[in-house]
Ligand binder design. Structure first.
Ligand SMILES: Cc1cc2nc3c(=O)[nH]c(=O)nc-3n(C[C@H](O)[C@H](O)[C@H](O)COP(=O)(O)OP(=O)(O)OC[C@H]3O[C@@H](n4cnc5c(N)ncnc54)[C@H](O)[C@@H]3O)c2cc1C
Length: 458
């Protein structure tokens, strides 16, 4: 199947000759490692994607190398799958048609940083960016919980939100990305600059319509974020605290994660901290305002059961000192830790309806019993609180999974299905007309990440 995705036969030998001294490897271990992401979170994707591999991994050192590779791929009709940190959950970075994996880790420079904004090469990790920004007093507004490995290019092309979204929203929100530089895959590649709404042409397009080489984003002033874990008598108390605390704009915060009482016992770090059957909030809050946060938690019967000060929290995140940062237990890291205790677990991505979040959460909690364990993430977007969920699901079968998705929809939730690698098969996320039009322009031979767009997948 994979090889038929592109009509013309790829000429890998000619490609290799054309890229000259650009570093490349066909070593078996490298091919295996660089052809994978975290698709194995999904019992549906695992058997579909296991063993799919590139023929060559190419590691450009700079933009000139990228352009040379793009030209060689176009001329020799070689499929090209761009790779950042390889932390995607849906097999986005798996090369379904073989060919070349283009590993952008070597493009990791800060192009420019001014007060309030920074421009970075696409292969820079979110953590390296924040380390570089720290002495200037600025930081990334938000980052995925995979901050250590995830690149800014991969976040733009495959991610959505993360720690900081409780204040700053999501990657596709207006102003979240200032500009993107894209190299086209043509015989003579062009370097295009997209800014304003045009950035949406490549945001969350899984690298199907251009090679992102640089990204400019707005920055936030650094805050001394302290970490707190708060225990609550019930999920409902914790969820109501999440709403109130996220809405409290006067308190600077970076993380508002709520776990139902059955999740902490599955996670080694949390088990001894969170009292049995208590729901928990994982919070990053500006240290001087941590007491104000604790008072709000107390309004919902919440008690702080663990605390780490800002200095130690920052050392854990930026200098790897001490226990991992709290955000590495949030977002899809919650799933990762739960999978370690219960390998039969998987997850979904759910949004709750505006104004009916709490009743819908209660309805979902009641409907699924021990089959589903609720994990909520709070975001602030467009002047209001958004509640989404990465619920843990005890997987039974593909049919049952589909029925669960339907049932959540019937209760008012909307699901983005993480068990598909096809972009248009995922629920909320649809490629729109400008993304399709941009693909025709930037990837006229349809070589980029073949198999990930619904009508082009065979
Ligand atoms: C434990 C865990 C926790 C996670 N938590 C979060 C979270 O909090 N928030 C979130 O949004 N996601 C999360 N994710 C998913 C993932 O980590 C993020 O989306 C991350 O930003 C992906 O970056 P990456 O560099 O690893 O991208 P990759 O996985 O390498 O690539 C992702 C997609 O983007 C394409 N791509 C990569 N770089 C480029 C480029 N320069 N140009 C064009 N296309 C490119 C790839 O082809 C692929 O389709 C999590 C995943 C795991 C396993």
């Amino acid at each position: 199947m994979a090889r038929q995705l592109n009509a013309a036969t790829p000429d890998l030998a000619a490609f290799r000759a054309a890229i000259g001294d650009v570093p490349a490897s066909s070593d078996a271990a490298t091919l295996k490692l660089k052809s994978r992401d975290f698709f194995w979170f999904s019992p549906i994707l695992k058997p579909l994607l296991e063993g799919r591999q590139a023929d060559l991994v190419v590691s450009p050192r700079d933009k000139a190398d990228v352009t040379r590779v793009a030209a060689a791929a176009a001329r020799n009709r070689v499929p090209l799958t761009v790779r950042g940190g390889g932390t995607g959950n849906y097999g986005q970075a798996v090369p379904l048609a073989g060919g070349v994996v283009l590993d952008l880790a070597g493009l990791d420079r800060t192009v420019r940083a001014v007060p309030g904004a920074g421009r970075f090469e696409a292969g820079a990790t979110m953590l390296a960016i924040d380390r570089a920004l720290r002495p200037r007093g600025w930081e990334m507004r938000f980052f995925p919980s995979t901050r250590r490995q995830a690149t800014i290019g991969g976040f733009i092309a495959g991610g959505a939100a993360g720690a900081g979204s409780c204040t700053w929203g999501q990657i596709a929100d207006p102003g979240a990305v200032i500009a993107v530089e894209v190299v086209t895959v043509e015989e003579t590649p062009r370097i295009l600059e997209l800014s304003g709404r045009d950035v949406l042409k490549v945001v969350h397009a899984y690298g199907t319509n251009g090679i992102i080489t640089e990204v400019a984003v707005p920055l936030a002033p650094c805050q001394p974020y302290a970490e707190r874990i708060i225990a609550f008598p019930s999920l409902s108390d914790a969820a109501r605290f999440g709403m109130a605390f996220t809405a409290a704009e006067g308190i600077a915060k970076k993380l508002v994660t709520i776990l139902d009482g059955r999740i902490p016992p599955l996670i080694r770090k949390l088990k001894p901290i969170v009292p049995e059957r208590s729901a928990a909030a994982l919070v990053m809050v500006a240290e001087p305002q941590a007491p104000a946060m604790a008072e709000m938690a107390a309004d919902f019967a919440g008690k702080v059961v663990w605390a780490r000060d800002a200095e130690a929290s920052e050392a854990a995140a930026l200098a790897d000192a001490g226990a991992p940062p709290l955000y590495e237990y949030a977002w899809n890291h919650t799933t990762l830790h739960a999978l370690k205790s219960e390998p039969g677990m998987t997850y979904l991505q759910v949004r709750f309806p505006a104004g009916r979040e709490l009743e819908t959460i209660a309805a979902v909690e009641a409907a699924f019993g021990d089959e589903m364990l609720l994990h909520l993430e709070y975001q602030r977007r467009f002047g209001r609180v958004f509640v989404s969920s990465l619920p843990l699901l005890r997987f039974r079968s593909a049919e049952r999974l589909a029925a669960v998705i339907d049932q959540i929809a019937a209760l008012g939730g909307s699901v983005s299905n993480p068990h598909t690698y096809v972009l248009d098969g995922a629920g909320w996320k649809r490629t729109d007309a400008p993304q399709r039009a941009f693909k025709r322009l930037a990837d006229p031979h349809s070589l980029l990440n073949p198999g990930k767009l619904a009508d082009l997948a065979e």
